[in-house]
Design a protein around this ligand. Structure first.
Ligand code: COA
Length: 375
């Protein structure tokens, strides 16, 4: 699929609504959730604190955090009908399609019939997303029906535990928390905007999230972490990576994990995840992947003045934790569902259906000719 570029297309720089959730490229490091810098949140919080901040409007105190984690843990068991549905999906399916189908099926089993149920419905989705993808993945690939009763207190730890069949190390659980925090919210990005348009029709929350997952799947958006991994794992040395990147640039190919529609100087999430990727590369004794990634960053800076976005060093970080490439973008979903839902709540609270206009470029007004006179 190719992207058709029209003059002024892409709604770049246009204000399409209001939000109290997030600023991108205007304050502090460049990314703030409800006024808190993403660096600060990544250093000092676990993901559930940030989910609470985004969805409920405040950073939780200890009692609120404990109660929220307990609630999410109590919602992790997959309904039997959902397990049956997931078992029908072949191993060849894309994990993002599994996420989309899982949420859509859940919406049939546990319908949101009234907006007063929105927070509970979202907590249920948030709690179930790791199980939706891992249950399917382990069943389709290994024939194993994983237990969702891991006892892990964090969503990131729960995901890794189900995937690998054992509790993750403290380091890996920390990196998952950082990663989920970095991906949680990003203003009017494509998937969120899609979700807000859906929400503006006053549809149910499962439809909002299902549409957003489908939008995030594309390689120009969330799918870039997966596409970056597929690219960098082909190269066995930084020199090989440099030669290949130069060739790609000469061919005018896009280099996945670079560039951004809003940030012009840097993506503030990159330095954070890069630091953790380096730490993980040392932990696993990696000699290639991190060095290749750093060289790609240097070459893109030198040749194009371009910088890594959040997705680029996420690819190596996830790989070092033994996460299969196909599950990279689903992790993004496990996190961004908070942003999507909070935007839907905002839209519902002050709604007018989103319905922009188009510039018409078709034929002049005309009459339908008789069928015998048509070419
Ligand atoms: N590799 C090579 N060239 C790139 C590039 C990349 N990753 N990203 C942008 N460019 C080029 C564009 O082709 C364009 O060139 P042109 O002027 O000759 O047409 C120029 O840089 C300016 O592009 P820009 O307007 O800044 O990009 P955009 O806002 O249209 O698109 C992205 C933003 C993110 C979709 C785009 O940078 C991209 O496709 N990146 C790769 C996918 C990715 O990592 N997505 C995750 C985003 S978080």
């Amino acid at each position: 699929m190719t992207e058709k570029k029209l003059g002024g297309a892409g709604l770049r720089g246009q204000v399409a609504g209001q939000t109290a959730l997030c600023t991108v490229g205007t304050q502090g490091s460049g990314l703030n959730y409800r006024g808190y810098d993403v660096d600060d949140l990544a250093d000092n919080c676990i993901f559930e604190e940030v989910a609470h901040l985004i969805l409920k409007g405040k950073l939780p105190n200890q009692a609120e955090l404990d109660a929220y984690q307990d609630k999410l843990m109590s919602l992790r068991e997959l309904p039997d009908a959902l397990k049956i549905g997931l078992e029908l999906i072949p191993a060849s399916a894309h994990p993002m399609d599994v996420m989309r189908t899982g949420v859509s099926l859940l919406g049939n089993l546990e319908q949101e019939t009234d907006f007063s149920q929105q927070q509970d419905a979202v907590d249920r989705i948030l709690a179930l997303l790791p199980a939706i993808v891992v249950y399917w993945y382990r069943f389709a690939n290994d024939g194993i029906r994983v237990s969702t009763a891991t006892g892990a207190k964090t969503i990131g730890g729960h995901f890794l535990h189900m995937l690998h069949g054992e509790a993750p190390s403290e380091l890996h659980e920390r990196v998952m928390n950082v990663s989920l925090i970095l991906y949680a919210e990003h203003e009017f990005n494509a998937s969120t905007f899609n979700g807000r348009v859906a929400a503006s029709t006053l549809t149910d929350i499962h439809s909002v999230i299902t549409g957003a997952i489908g939008t995030l799947r594309g390689p120009l958006h969330g799918g870039a972490n997966e596409a970056a991994m597929e690219m960098i794992e082909q190269w066995n040395s930084p020199d090989e990576a440099e030669a290949a990147i130069l060739q790609k640039l000469a061919n005018k190919e896009l280099i996945m994990g670079f560039g951004h529609a809003v940030y012009k100087e840097k993506d503030p999430r990159n330095a954070i995840i890069k630091k953790w990727s380096e730490k993980l590369s040392k932990e696993v004794g990696d000699q290639i992947l991190y060095a290749v990634s750093v060289r790609c960053e240097e070459v893109m800076k030198r040749e194009k003045g371009m910088f890594c976005n959040a997705d680029f060093f996420h690819a190596s970080a996830y790989k070092f934790m033994g996460i299969p490439t196909g599950l990279f973008t689903p992790i993004f979903v496990m996190s961004r569902v908070t942003g999507w839902a909070a935007h839907a709540f905002e839209q519902r609270a002050n709604n007018r259906i989103i319905r922009p206009s188009a510039e018409y470029t078709g034929p002049e007004h005309r009459k339908v000719p008789p069928i015998s006179q048509r070419s």
